[in-house]
Design a protein around this ligand. Structure first.
Ligand SMILES: Nc1c(NC[C@H](O)[C@H](O)[C@H](O)CO)[nH]c(=O)[nH]c1=O
Ligand SMILES: CC(=O)[C@@H](O)COP(=O)(O)O
Length: 159
């Protein structure tokens, strides 16, 4: 389906669970920081807007998206962390390097989530170019960070 001129991050905030006592870790890749900082800002803002207390949000940085799996695992094994949001942006280059990163981090985050029985949200953009990334980090297609935060909250209704 074409994504032209659509906000790809539209979501419902009805029937969200009470997360006033829930603690979130946001793990942020430093590669493409202009994009990942915008995604983090969106995720943080959305968590707060939907009932999460500032003191219950912890942030950690990792060098690149490939390291998001390990960074997320560090927090998933902490008893007081209820959900993890992994933020990254992997922009296609000349080689297949981005494909390997994307597949590794998608599978890695899934593995962490299942191993520790906690929501680990895939807040990683995989654009073909910088503009596509900016469009999805507060641009014409919304902010994937907002979407990742709502997803984390919704998943806590299950556990
Ligand atoms: N090119 C991008 C990278 N590359 C770095 C890797 O994520 C990783 O840190 C390195 O391979 C060492 O393990 N990372 C991104 O997040 N985004 C990119 O566009
Ligand atoms: C996705 C990346 O790691 C990127 O820096 C790789 O670029 P290239 O495929 O041109 O080496």
């Amino acid at each position: 389906m074409s994504s032209a001129n659509k906000n790809l991050s539209e979501f419902s905030t009805s029937n969200l669970p009470d997360v006033s006592q829930k603690k979130f870790a946001i793990v942020v890749a430093e590669w493409n920081a202009e994009v990942t900082e915008a995604l983090f800002d969106g995720a943080y803002k959305t968590l707060i807007e939907n009932g999460v207390k500032p003191e219950n949000i912890v942030r950690a940085n990792v060098p690149g998206s490939y390291e998001l799996s390990f960074g997320s695992q560090v927090y998933a094994q902490k008893a007081d962390i209820d959900a993890i949001i992994a933020i990254g942006c992997v922009i296609q280059g000349e080689t297949k390097h981005n494909d390997y990163i994307n597949h590794a981090v998608a599978q890695g985050l899934t593995n962490v989530s299942l191993k520790y029985n906690k929501p680990v949200i895939f807040g990683v953009l995989t654009p073909n170019n910088q503009q596509q990334a900016l469009d999805r980090a507060g641009g014409i297609h919304g902010n994937k960070g907002d979407e990742a935060a709502i997803t984390a909250i919704k998943m806590l209704a299950l556990v």
